[in-house]
Each structure stands twice: as C-alpha cells, then as structure tokens.
Ligand binder design. Structure first.
Ligand code: APR
Ligand code: PHB
Length: 389
C-alpha cells in the first residue's frame, strides 16, 4: 500500500491530523496498536484552550462540543482552604471549554467513519525504514500477516511509549525530563460538580483539584504517592481527604458518591527535540509530556497538529518545504512555554517531600501575590486559556 502521510497512533493527535489532511485532499493511513474501544475508554483531562475549540469548530468537529461542553470564564485557586477566583474573561478576554478528551476522541472517530478513512487497529511490531530518504516505508503485522506501507511522510502520533521517537538516533535526539515525586489519585463519580468552575487547591496535606465532565459527572483529584495501592483509598477515605484540602464552602457542599473510576497517575515533564528527523515528525505525547496541572496535554497535541498540518498543506498544495523545515522549531517553542506553565503550576500547588518551612512560605506568598495582583492574574489567565499559535 502507498499513502502520502502514514500516521502511527490513533489517539487525538493522529485522528485530528488525518481529519484535517482529508479535508484538503491529502491521503493518510492510521495504524493503531489497540482496539477502538480501548482508545475510547481512556479517561483523560477535560479542559480545552480556546485555540483548540476554534480548531475543532473550524474543521467541523464542534457541534457536540458546543451542545454538551461548558464554557468557563474563570477558575478558582485556593490556599489552605481559602479560595479566590481568576477571571479569564475580564483579564484576557478569553475562556476555556470543559469537554472531556474522551469525547473529543469519540467525535474524531465519528467524523472518520463518515469519510471512511483508513484506520487499521490492533497492529503489531511496526518498524520504520528510510526516514532520511524519499523512499520511506514501514512494516507492520496484523493477525499474523506482515504488511508494508510506503509513504511520503510519517507522523509519529504514538504517545510517550510509541516507536517513532525511539527510531531517532540517540546522538540526534535530546531529551529533557523532570519526574515529580508524587502522583494524582483521580476519581470519577456520578455526582453533581461541587463548583461551577474548577478549583485548584494548595494545602499543607497536598494538592487537590475539583473538576467535572457534566452536570452529573464529577472528576476529582488529590495528590498521593505513586507507590500507594488503591486498596488504601476506598471511597470514604478519598472523600474525607479531599474535603480537608479544598475551600471550606466547597467541602460543606461536596456531594459524595460511589466512584466509577479510580486510578493513580505519575506526574512528569518531558520534552524530546528535534521533533522532526528526515521525513518523520513527532506529534503530541510522542514528543512531550506535561503534568496534568493546567490540562495542557491535549492542547499541545492540537497545536503540534496545527503546525504539521499547515506544513504538509504548504508542501502538497504549494510545493514549499518551508513549513516542514520549520515544524520542529515552531512546535517546540510553544511546547516549552506550556511545559514552563504546567511545571510552574505543579511546583506552586503541590507538597514536595522535604519541603522546608521556607519553601512553604514561598508557595503561600506566590498564591497571595496571585490573589492580589491583577498583573499576576493576567499572566496566569493568558497561559491557562492558551498562548497563540
Ligand atoms: N503502534 C501503533 N500505535 C501505537 C504504538 C505503536 N507502536 N504505540 C502507541 N500507539 C498508540 C496508542 O495505543 C495510542 O492510542 O498511539 C496512540 C497515542 O495516543 P495518546 O497517547 O493519546 O497521544 P496523543 O494522540 O499524542 O494525544 C495526546 O492525549 O494521551 C493524551 O495526555 C495526553 O492529552 C494528551 C493527548
Ligand atoms: C480533568 O478534568 O480531568 C482535569 C481538569 C484540569 C486539569 C487536569 C485534569 O488541570
């Protein structure tokens, strides 16, 4: 088989890229290791930057999001059970959309069904060949048979554990990483959200976050050691701990219930560079990971896709290699800004092991400054709603 753009990975990055390419007549094939059900059952963050919202709308993917998503014009932060609000609309005339990543992925699959695009699931053992030449190809296996796909370009949209990044020689690829010494214990429950907007809480017992999916589906997180067993966190223990960390009024109003999903996720910041090697492009989680504080993961995947789509369009429609040559530089620049912001939020809001009284005072005064300064709030709001592409 031959295609113009082969895409490894059928997560949000791969699906969105293929959708956009299709709209301008560039053909692509997606190869996904897992089943469609598996991809659609992953619970991920749920805050879309406005740039993401506009990109989804402009490419015809916005109708369910506009019906079922919630526009948030601000967010709450709290320090030692006392909350304050940052008003995005007032400060930077912008907002975010609360709409689960799982829903975005479902919308992308629905759009791809309509256009009968090629998504091959349950593929195994992809190997990548000749990326530095014009005769690149890959080999994969499915149901015990070997297949070959020749391509002009290869998009590595295969997440952190994929094969694409690993195919770039170690003397070329630079990796930057910070692993945080804690995780997030997340709970999904069929209860009404405690607040109309998200609450990011700093507390001496550890960070907490109150988020939501819809009017009767809430998502809550508390900072917990990655090594904790879920047995230690039955529902009651979780709710009791959450209440201790959030503003008093929220704790009083919190409706608790049975959890329908519970898991502990590690937190890391990771960036790989360059994001292009010959005709291979790294996109989304394949090239970078951010801690969930600030919900930048999906939004960064979308901005990478934007730069790559524009580059490929320029190549096929105007025969210019300009965008391709600049992809890595442009995408990385935006990535690093979001890496900085999510590192900053993580650092200011979590309890670190061996945190001294001095460190604690600095955190508290950082939040006090944010509470009182319009300038500091504008910086926060500008980053939270998403920097321009
Ligand atoms: N071959 C084929 N597919 C693969 C391989 C492989 N060797 N390795 C991984 N994949 C698939 C995974 O099964 C997954 O479906 O690639 C997909 C990558 O999807 P994501 O991990 O969702 O990454 P991405 O599409 O870049 O989306 C980024 O989604 O993962 C979240 O937090 C992340 O919000 C961020 C966004
Ligand atoms: C979520 O709703 O899952 C969520 C929201 C905001 C974050 C992280 C996760 O910063």
């Amino acid at each position: 088989m031959r295609t113009q753009v082969a895409i490894i990975g059928g997560g949000p990055s791969g699906l969105l890229l293929s959708h956009l390419l299709d709209q301008v007549g560039i053909d692509s094939v997606i190869l996904e290791k897992k089943s469609r059900n598996h991809v659609l059952s992953r619970v991920r963050a749920g805050v879309l930057e406005w740039g993401t919202v506009e990109m989804l709308r402009n490419s015809g993917l916005g109708s369910r999001m506009d019906k079922e998503g919630f526009i948030h014009k601000g967010t709450y932060l709290s320090s030692q059970n006392k909350g304050f609000r940052v008003d995005f609309q007032k400060l930077v005339k912008n907002k975010v959309m609360v709409y689960g990543q799982t829903e975005v992925t479902a919308d992308l699959y629905a759009a791809s069904d309509k256009r009968s695009r090629v998504i091959i699931h349950d593929v195994e053992n992809i190997t990548i060949h000749n990326v530095q030449t014009e005769s690149g190809y890959l080999i994969y296996h499915k149901d015990g048979t070997e297949y070959r796909i020749d391509w002009d370009f290869l998009a590595g949209c295969d997440g952190f554990h994929g094969v694409s990044r690993k195919s770039i020689p170690v003397n070329i690829l630079k990796e930057y990483e910070r692993v945080y010494p804690f995780g997030w214990l997340g709970v999904l429950s069929e209860t009404p959200p405690v607040s109309d907007e998200l609450i990011y809480a700093n507390h001496s017992r550890g960070f907490a976050l109150c988020s939501m999916r819809n009017k009767n589906l809430s998502r809550y997180y508390i900072q917990a050691p990655v090594s904790d067993s879920l047995d230690k966190w039955d529902d009651k223990t979780f709710w009791d701990e959450l209440k201790k960390r959030i503003p008093e009024e929220a704790a009083d109003n919190l409706v608790t219930g049975k959890s329908i999903e519970k898991s502990i996720a590690p937190l890391r910041s990771f960036v790989a560079n360059p994001m292009r090697w010959g005709r291979l492009f790294l996109v989304g989680d394949a090239a970078h990971i951010v801690p969930p504080t600030g919900a930048k993961g999906l939004n960064l995947a979308v901005s990478d896709v934007h730069y790559l789509f524009e580059a490929l369009k320029l190549y096929y429609l105007e025969k210019s290699v300009e965008g391709i040559n600049r992809y890595s530089e442009k995408a990385s620049e935006r990535v690093w800004k979001a890496v900085r912001f999510s590192w900053w939020m993580t650092t200011q809001l979590h309890r670190f092991p061996n945190q001294t009284k001095f460190d604690q005072q600095i955190q508290e005064s950082e939040l006090k400054y944010l509470e009182e300064s319009n300038a500091a709030q504008a910086v926060f709001a500008e980053n939270y709603v998403g920097l321009p592409y």
